[in-house]
Write a protein that binds this ligand. Structure first.
Ligand SMILES: C[S@@+](CC[C@H](N)C(=O)[O-])C[C@H]1O[C@@H](n2cnc3c(N)ncnc32)[C@H](O)[C@@H]1O
Length: 293
């Protein structure tokens, strides 16, 4: 007769196996995969530690453990990643949203959540929306806003569409396929432009963790020789799209803050350029407000 595994036994065994395979967060990954196979949450695993796991659940769990050990990210195996306390669907060809990107959302809310904007119908643009994570978080928090979520990748937009529908924001999130700001010809359309663009230096791509390098879309990561291609090409075009004293809030990589701030200054059309550090102490987000008139 086959051994009857309990939840805790499977977690412990898999944690040990993942440690040997140099998985960075072995216990967390084991729990997320097992919770997924049992169609439950991680918390429910804790309240059911001594429960036996069915043969079917074990066989699907074993398959996911094998793929995880071979380097596939957990989010691609479960199909979801949590962002801003929202369950965001991901899939091949779409970047997995990172926790540090929540800082960009926080900064946008610091600017636009105050009472002065509370009843205003803001129009926002998220360039390179990927899974739609940023757009959906903003839609959740800024209730009156209309958000254009744009990406050059049709695979990404299909996932963003699924996410905006699942979370109930399809009516306020408009998906647009195109190269950065080029689809937006009208002038002074947006109160805020946000973006987490590709910013990894091309030469650094091969040094990324294997699970990123081999599984996540390179077009979502590669920012050119110095990582600044997107900022250099598109920052000069942003003022024309901003309404009044509109804002641009961009994520960037380590060591890029001064160069990105300088690109805003060079336009001569922004003031209040501000750099914000993430919780790890890295300069992560830059905010710039357009000068009026
Ligand atoms: C770093 S990912 C960010 C995804 C998502 N916003 C997030 O924070 O998780 C960059 C995204 O920009 C898209 N992208 C790259 N170049 C682009 C361009 N020129 N115009 C529009 N989107 C672009 C990629 O397809 C990818 O989805």
């Amino acid at each position: 007769m086959n051994k009857q595994w309990t939840v805790i036994e499977l977690i412990n065994e898999t944690t040990g196996y993942f440690k040997k395979k140099d998985i960075e967060t072995p216990r967390l990954d084991a729990e997320l995969l097992l919770a997924h196979c049992r169609a439950t949450g991680r918390v429910q695993l804790y309240t059911n530690f001594d429960r036996p796991v069915s043969e079917t659940e074990i066989s699907s769990f074993r398959e996911l453990v094998r793929r995880r050990a071979a380097g596939e990210p957990v989010a691609y195996l479960t199909g979801y990643r949590e962002f801003w306390s929202l369950k965001i669907r991901v899939g091949k060809g779409v970047l997995i949203p990172r926790p540090e990107t929540e800082l960009l959302v926080e900064e946008a809310l610091n600017v636009f959540k105050p009472a002065v904007f509370a009843a205003t119908q803001l129009t926002l643009l998220d360039i390179g929306t990927g899974s739609g994570a940023i757009a959906i978080a903003l839609a959740k928090e800024l209730h009156e806003s209309i958000i254009y979520a744009a990406d050059i990748s049709r695979a990404a937009l299909a996932v963003a569409r699924a996410n905006s529908t699942e979370h109930g924001y399809a009516g306020r999130i408009r998906l647009v396929c195109g190269d950065s700001v080029t689809p937006f010809r009208q002038k002074e359309l947006f109160d805020l432009i946000v973006s987490n663009p590709p910013y990894i230096r091309s030469g650094d791509l091969k040094g990324l963790a294997r699970e990123i390098r081999e599984h996540e879309p390179i077009a979502a990561l590669d920012g050119g020789i110095d990582g600044l291609d997107f900022y250099r090409q598109w920052i000069p075009q942003m003022p024309a799209l901003l309404r009044g004293k509109g804002w641009v809030i961009l994520e960037m990589g380590a060591g890029q803050a001064a160069a990105v701030a300088e690109l805003f200054q060079q336009t001569g059309l922004f003031n209040a350029v501000k750099v914000v550090k993430d919780y790890a102490g890295h300069e992560r987000v830059v905010l710039a407000q357009k000068q009026y008139g």
